[in-house]
Design a protein around this ligand. Structure first.
Ligand SMILES: O=P(O)(O)O[C@@H]1C[C@H](O)[C@@H](CO)O1
Ligand SMILES: Nc1nc2[nH]cnc2c(=O)[nH]1
Length: 293
């Protein structure tokens, strides 16, 4: 039943994993949260936790990156049923995009309506500082330019249409809600909105690459999120996403700065409390602002 085909997972494979999870817990999540590098603490917001290690879940990939614990946490946030991925999957780990995005389809089959994606990213916008939180308003899918899109392969209409629209990838109402909540919490000084660009990694960008991405219109650069957003939109879930600017992308040949994963994880720790406040308040307000979730 739990096969691992080369070309990706069938609807039945995803359904088998979702049904297995549903048989292990009574929680029926409406919101699915993906924690970025060093942001796994977001799962601590959930009460009444039911936790699964990825290695125990049929079909699930394994986390291989420091700062991604590899746990799927069901729980409630002020009474609201949620699921949280403490650890995501990346192209550079060697996983095909269909495997990287499998959990998003499982979210859908669990009944999730809204997906909240978080990531650590390098700041390209010269007005950004380390510790800023960028509400993602759009993306640039660099691997997609070369044909690496999670929807490549046969399309199963039970998930969505062959050619999904991406001009509304990031829900505008949720962006506004996030901005309102951030301002209410007093986070105006470090709350931004901008365009996220995904690359394959794992090497960080050269100076010339950072300059090019900035000129192209990207405000932040990272190695995730976009594949999940595309998959979630394809199967009709709403998407809200944010980047924690964990480091300044190096744009200047005089600079002594060097991007490194330790700084990424440290910035995640430093901003953990505010991110938990922001995300948890947004999640609990979603039900008050619309009928989707
Ligand atoms: O999972 P995210 O996108 O938050 O992780 C970023 C990209 C790399 O995995 C890592 C680099 O430090 O952080
Ligand atoms: N590609 C990329 N990913 C990141 N994740 C956190 N910081 C960075 C960065 O500077 N570049």
């Amino acid at each position: 039943m739990f096969s691992e085909p080369n070309g990706g997972y069938s609807y039945e494979d995803c359904k088998a994993t979702a049904d297995w999870l549903l048989s292990q817990t009574d929680i029926r999540p409406l919101v699915g949260i993906v924690c970025g590098s060093g942001l796994g603490g977001l799962a601590n917001m959930l009460k009444d936790q039911v936790v699964f290690n990825y290695k125990d879940i049929p079909n699930f990939p394994q986390s291989t990156v420091h700062g991604h614990a590899g746990r799927l946490v069901f729980g409630t946030l002020k009474g609201r049923p949620c699921i949280c991925m403490q650890g995501r999957f990346h192209i550079y780990e060697g996983y095909p995009l269909q495997k990287i995005t499998l959990p998003i389809r499982i979210f859908k089959l669990l009944g999730v309506k809204t997906v909240v994606l978080t990531n650590a990213a390098g700041g390209l916008n010269q007005d950004y500082k380390v510790g800023d939180v960028m509400i993602i308003k759009d993306h640039i899918n660099m691997p997609g330019f070369a044909g690496n899109n999670p929807l490549v392969g046969p399309n199963d209409e039970r998930f969505g249409v062959r050619f999904p629209c991406m001009s509304d990838a990031y829900d505008r109402e949720l962006q506004q809600l996030a901005m309102d909540v951030g301002l209410e919490l007093g986070y105006g000084d470090f709350l931004k909105e901008g365009v996220y660009c995904v690359l394959g990694g794992p090497s960080f960008e050269t100076i010339a690459e950072c300059r090019m991405l900035h000129r192209m219109g990207a405000d932040a650069v990272g190695m995730s999120t976009v594949h999940e957003a595309i998959t979630a939109r394809h199967c009709g879930m709403r998407v809200f996403a944010l980047s924690l600017i964990t480091n300044q992308a190096v744009m200047d040949y005089e600079s002594k700065e060097k991007a490194n994963h330790e700084e990424v994880l440290q910035t995640g720790k430093d901003r953990a409390m505010q991110l938990e406040q922001l995300v948890s308040t947004i999640v609990t307000r979603i039900e008050h602002s619309n009928n989707y979730a």
